[in-house]
Design a protein around this ligand. Structure first.
Ligand SMILES: [Zn+2]
Length: 441
């Protein structure tokens, strides 16, 4: 018989369909599974740990990340040419070693903030998969695949190289062969079609073929930039969404990220193709001053997950940005609630990533991915409604314990698997090297 661990907490938010609060609740765990959720006292076990001044809830499922993109923290937000002019030329100098240590840093940030699942796409993705396996986080990982000359876009050129596309796609296939299903199934591999305009139509079709052949999902940025929007309109007379549909990219297992320039017709295409969307409000508001047609996306009933993208990976900041952004955009102070923002960040994201049967809520039969938030702090007291108090006031630093697959990866705000200072030092050394190599004026 597997040992049965019971976690009791002052407040339990199961985030199941009812969105209830269990005052003085408990969750029983056997191995990597949740076996019972209910009032404390009714749930019995071999070992009981009590957290009377904590809220217990499912781990945040982060629907879109580039964990190694932490290297650009604080450097992009105020630049006019932040993406193609600064980040892309610098990315050329990110070697495998740099991606490894920067991924370790980004994953530590995610875990310490309460994220238990990430959906990542970047260069040298095998290094990110390796870092995810070392840490124990649940991860969907894609290799950043494209055939355009990325820095060239910043200079107004779109040069596509079939050789580059083949090489990148080959690396995603290798990533799949080596890592899909690894780390006790915590790691899954998607195919990373970087963006609508950074892959030629031919490369999009090849990516779809390779992904479908393996039953793998696709992860892609869609309608994320003005130059992408204008290029596809001028070259193909199509929106990004329409262009991707024509090339077979959309569907239930494709996560479409950002959608900033999508219009009503595009939302209808996503609904018809049952394509889930990932929304990263904290980042898109800062880096583009836009939110995208989120009211229409919610109204259309798409599966929607929330993510953080790169540079700032605190999901609590993203939740506030997602609510405030929508309220500002719609002039409606009741647009989206705290309850809904937390649902989108947990069970909503899990559904968008095709993980609803495993994570996103605390229910018997699901994996034991959960977090504890310390509410015994001035900015979180007094606590009447845990949804409102957490979503409008909490930050990653309030998360004290993080469990993934039945194992505590964070305990008392400390990483259980690594020395945080060492991990920061390694990332700084690598970042300094990359900055020196990629310095742009
Ligand atoms: Zn992104």
């Amino acid at each position: 018989m597997e040992k049965r661990l019971v976690l009791e907490a002052g407040w339990v938010l199961p985030m199941d369909a009812k969105l209830d609060v269990i005052r003085n609740g408990a969750v029983a765990i056997e191995g990597n599974q949740i076996v019972e959720v209910g009032p404390a006292g009714d749930v019995i076990g071999d070992e009981i740990r009590r957290f009377p001044r904590h809220v217990l809830l499912p781990g945040i499922v982060n629907a879109h990340t580039h964990v190694a993109g932490a290297i650009f923290r604080g450097q992009l937000e105020d630049r006019p040419d932040n993406f193609y002019g600064y980040a892309m030329p610098m990315e050329k100098h990110l070697d495998a070693d740099a991606i490894h240590v920067l991924s370790r840093l980004g994953i530590a940030e995610l875990l310490l903030s309460g994220c238990t699942t990430m959906n990542d796409m970047f260069h040298h993705a095998a290094e990110t998969a390796h870092a995810a396996a070392e840490a124990g986080i649940r991860a969907q990982i894609a290799h950043k695949t494209y055939d355009v000359d990325l820095p060239g876009i910043g200079q107004g050129r779109r040069d596509y190289s079939p050789e580059r596309g083949e090489r990148k796609l080959g690396q995603n296939v290798e990533l799949y062969e080596k890592w899909n299903g690894a780390a006790d199934g915590r790691i899954e591999v998607r195919f990373g079609a970087h963006a609508a305009d950074t892959c030629s139509p031919g490369l999009h079709r090849e990516i779809v073929t390779e992904a479908r052949k393996r039953g793998a999902g696709i992860h892609t940025h869609v309608a994320q930039g003005r130059s992408e929007h204008e290029y596809l309109r001028d070259r193909y007379g199509q929106s990004s969404v329409r262009f991707l549909e024509d090339n077979g990219v959309l569907g239930r297992s494709t996560v479409a990220v950002h959608l900033l320039y999508a219009d009503t017709g595009d939302v209808e295409i996503l609904r018809r193709t049952e394509t889930p969307a990932a929304h990263c409000p904290g980042n898109v508001i800062k880096s583009s001053g836009m939110l995208g047609p989120m009211s229409e996306v919610y109204a259309a009933g798409l599966r929607v997950g929330w993510g953080t993208d790169w540079v700032t990976m605190d999901p609590w900041d993203a939740m506030r940005a997602g609510i405030s952004g929508l309220r500002l955009q719609t002039n409606d102070h009741l647009a989206l609630s705290a309850r809904e923002a937390l649902r989108l960040s947990t069970s909503g994201s899990a559904d968008a990533l095709g993980l609803a049967d495993r994570v996103g809520s605390l229910e018997p039969g699901k994996r034991a991915d959960l977090i504890l938030v310390d509410i015994d702090q001035p900015h979180l007291a007094p606590l009447a409604d845990p949804f409102g108090v957490l979503v409008y006031n909490a930050s990653g630093r309030d998360v004290t314990h993080v469990m993934v697959d039945g194992a505590f990866l964070v305990a008392d705000r400390r990483l259980a698997y690594a020395d945080t200072s060492e991990l920061i030092r390694d990332a700084e050394l690598a970042a300094t090297r990359v900055w020196a190599a990629g310095r742009v004026s």
